[in-house]
Design a protein around this ligand. Structure first.
Ligand SMILES: C[S@@+](CC[C@H](N)C(=O)[O-])C[C@H]1O[C@@H](n2cnc3c(N)ncnc32)[C@H](O)[C@@H]1O
Length: 255
């Protein structure tokens, strides 16, 4: 549950009226009297457009990689909603594809310290997005449970949640999985160093048609992502477009 200090509030572009409406929606959500099972299948009652956009973006990304082999990987999973949505999109679009691994990386202790390439504003303060201890175990349990719910459930071991600073964990991951291909890499850390290291590593495992999603390429509060991208992609052949659902997200297709 969001509290008053959770960073998502710091990232908002909403005006005062919109923020008040959000508060009211939260109040209605907390005080709804739907039975729990009905609530789980009726979350559309409370989802705001700005959150629905995230689902639409993921759906768009998934449909782009249907003909591309390889793992879906997210850097900066936080609560892990994207991993769960990817698992459910897998079950919808390619229930027979039991090779579509889904992997998420996060410190789960929030942002590490940035460097001179990052802006140390309110959002990127050290420890922001810190989740409760052992959150990654809850997320793994949730992911496995969704796999079990899905028709033609997958082999549980095919999905991974990796805790630690991506600047260190991503190299080890690919050392342990040297043959792995990456079909889709979703970048949402915002900081220069881990984004640069992960982009370099991911590029060694992509194929033509692989997709890189940059969540913060055009956000001036997070210059590190764009700086890392420009350096790593200097000699790479790619196409880039803004997501049709939100100008905040940029989709790169490798040629
Ligand atoms: C904006 S949140 C991610 C939100 C998530 N992708 C979503 O859509 O719900 C950014 C996340 O990046 C993580 N992060 C930032 N730097 C990191 C690093 N060096 N290694 C691992 N995770 C990092 C933070 O812990 C935080 O959870």
């Amino acid at each position: 549950m969001l509290d008053d200090t959770f960073p998502e509030k710091l990232e908002t572009n909403s005006n005062e009226t919109q923020l008040q409406a959000r508060e009211k929606l939260l109040h209605l959500f907390k005080n709804n009297n739907l039975p729990a099972e009905e609530l789980m299948t009726s979350l559309g009652l409370f989802i705001r457009g700005s959150a629905l956009v995230k689902y639409l973006v993921l759906n768009d990304l998934y449909t782009r990689i249907l003909k591309t082999p390889g793992t879906i990987i997210e850097f900066g999973t936080c609560w892990g909603q994207n991993l769960i949505l990817f698992e459910n999109l897998r079950a919808i679009y390619e229930p027979f594809n039991k090779t579509r691994k889904i992997v998420g990386f996060d410190t789960f202790t929030g942002y590490p310290v940035g460097d001179d390439n990052d802006k140390n504003g309110d959002v990127f303060k050290e420890g922001n997005y810190k989740l409760e201890d052992d959150y990654e175990d809850f997320l793994k349990d949730l992911l496995n449970t969704h796999v079990e719910c899905n028709v033609l459930g997958n082999n549980k071991s095919i999905h991974e949640v990796i805790k630690g600073d991506v600047s260190e964990t991503v190299r080890e991951y690919f050392q342990n999985n040297p043959s792995e291909l990456i079909s889709l890499a979703y970048f949402d850390m915002g900081l220069y160093k881990p984004t640069k290291v992960a982009l370099e590593e991911v590029l060694k495992h992509t194929v033509p048609g692989s997709i890189i999603l940059l969540d913060q390429l055009t956000w001036s509060d997070a210059p590190g992502e764009a700086l890392a991208f420009k350096e790593v992609f200097k000699d790479v052949k790619y196409e880039i477009e803004i997501s049709k659902f939100t100008p905040m997200r940029s989709i790169i297709t490798l040629l």
